[in-house]
Design a binder for this molecule. Structure first.
Ligand SMILES: *Cc1c(COP(=O)(O)O)cnc(C)c1O
Length: 246
């Protein structure tokens, strides 16, 4: 078990390095977030012992429990936790102060709630805007499918972003998206390219923020995501194997 996770981790790191090289990028530009959802805390320890420090979870309750277990198992580990899944606003309190980055800021309502909670705790939370580029109904995120062609889509998104930039306690660091599940990762490329173009545009529209993080790419499509500029990839199955039943 142990060696299996460590071997897979090494394979993923090698694939990331190869994708960076092919794209003429430095591997230092890409952070690997190991997505441990459904897997027990012991497997996180195994990956940590192999040098992995950034971990992602997609459900607040599961994450809170695992973070507490890790504190017991590895008190000095200095693990960095990322919230990558939808946070219902009634669960918002669970993510405050526990994560280095919330990738899934997907509504104004959640932004307002997190801003308020962060102020109560005198914290500033780093976040990514989750963007729905693919247009799939099933996806969370700010609607931006037609941002290039539709003035009204842009205006609405720009208004929301301006409001969030004015909210105390939250700091927008960049964008996150999920590509559709496709057979061939080439089919995900336009989604990733679209997110990068949107990021480049936001850099010009809202220079008060850095927009330096692009969270995109999972087990089946991270190679293409890196070619299209991902600075952070979220990889679960390729490291931990098939997901456990919750
Ligand atoms: C589960 C999950 C991942 C990882 O998916 P894999 O296909 O296992 O690599 C990445 N991002 C989000 C938001 C997820 O929920």
């Amino acid at each position: 078990m142990t060696s299996e996770i460590q071997q897979r981790l090494a394979d993923v790191q090698a694939e990331i390095a190869a994708a960076c090289q092919a794209a003429g990028r430095s591997p230092d530009e890409v952070t690997l977030v190991a997505v441990s959802k459904t897997h027990p805390a012991e497997e996180v320890v195994t990956a940590f012992e192999a040098g992995q420090v950034d971990f992602g979870e997609n459900r607040p309750e599961e994450a809170v429990e695992k973070i507490a277990q890790l504190k017991t198992l590895q008190p000095d580990a200095g693990l960095r936790w990322h919230m990558i899944g939808h946070v219902q606003s009634r669960k918002a309190r669970l993510v405050v102060g526990r994560f280095v980055l919330v990738h899934s800021l997907d509504s104004m309502k959640l932004a307002e709630k997190l801003s308020r909670l962060a102020q109560e705790e005198a914290l500033t939370l780093d976040m990514l805007l989750e963007i729905n580029i693919s247009g799939e109904q099933s996806k969370y995120g700010f609607e931006a499918t037609k941002w290039k062609n539709s003035r009204s889509v842009r205006e609405s998104l720009w208004d929301d972003i301006q409001s969030m930039l004015n909210m105390p306690g939250i700091r927008l660091r960049g964008l996150m998206t999920m590509a559709p599940i496709v057979e061939d990762q080439e089919l995900a490329r336009p989604v990733f390219a679209g997110l990068r173009e949107l990021r480049d545009t936001l850099r010009q529209e809202f220079p008060q923020s850095q927009w330096d993080v692009l969270s995109m790419g999972m087990t089946d499509d991270f190679g293409v995501a890196i070619e299209e500029g991902a600075t952070l990839v979220r990889i679960g199955r390729a490291i931990f194997g098939p997901r456990m039943v919750r």
